[in-house]
Design a binder for this molecule. Structure first.
Ligand code: AMP
Length: 208
């Protein structure tokens, strides 16, 4: 059973790579960001609590996230292993995760700070299938998305103001996790400032 953690700064390409790895491995993607956005949309208690943190580019409190993950991991499709995307983001979250499953490998996608803003500010996804695009680096083809749709969805927090706070949260609270996983021999670093296909190939190689 494989439990993969995709680790890296906002805009590193975790979501894009998770979709590709999902196709290649059959493992479901568990994205706390996606779960929180769904909760905000549904105006659930979790969504109402999380919204202000997300709008400010700050991390949502650990206990909210840990409870979400505990519930998610009880679902049938999680039993054969999952790919965590955007979780864990703090040492307490990683400690809580260790109580729930054995992490098999942590794939850390490295992208320098100066590349993050341009990557985040131009990105959007297909409103129909969720495929990820970028105004400059991966534009929507004239014929539309591969699923046939022409709908562009942009995240409310993908703005220049919020990116600075999100990067700050990453450096203060999330980056120290690299040491945590390095110490247990699970950390595998990948240069994320390259062609998307090369990154996917490296990630799949790392699993073998
Ligand atoms: P993401 O889609 O992973 O970039 O997450 C979007 C936002 O959701 C983040 O800026 C945080 O506010 C919140 N969030 C997502 N995952 C976590 C997490 N594991 N811990 C704390 N906050 C999170």
């Amino acid at each position: 059973m494989l439990n993969i953690v995709l680790f890296g700064p906002p805009g590193a390409g975790k979501g894009t790579q998770a979709q590709r790895m999902m196709d290649a491995t059959g493992l479901p993607q568990v994205s706390t960001g996606d779960m929180l956005r769904a909760a905000v949309k549904a105006q659930s208690d979790v969504g109402l609590e999380a919204k202000n943190y997300m709008d400010a580019g700050a991390l949502v409190p650990d206990q909210v996230i840990i409870d979400l993950i505990k519930d998610r991991m009880k679902e049938d499709d999680a039993k054969g292993g999952v790919m965590f995307d955007g979780f864990p983001r703090t040492v307490p979250q990683a400690e809580a995760l260790a109580e729930i499953v054995d992490v098999s490998i942590v794939l850390a996608i490295d992208v320098p700070d100066e590349r993050i803003v341009e990557r985040i500010c131009g990105r959007f996804s297909c409103g129909n299938c969720g495929a990820v695009y970028h105004d400059s680096f991966n534009p929507l083809p004239e014929t539309g998305c591969t699923c046939g749709a022409f709908s562009e969805k942009r995240r409310a927090d993908d703005t220049e103001q919020t990116v600075v706070a999100r990067l700050d949260a990453y450096h203060q609270q999330t980056a120290p996790l690299a040491d945590f996983y390095q110490a247990s021999g699970l950390l595998h670093r990948i240069d994320g400032d390259r062609d998307i296909d090369l990154i996917t190939a490296d990630m799949l190689n790392a699993l073998n």
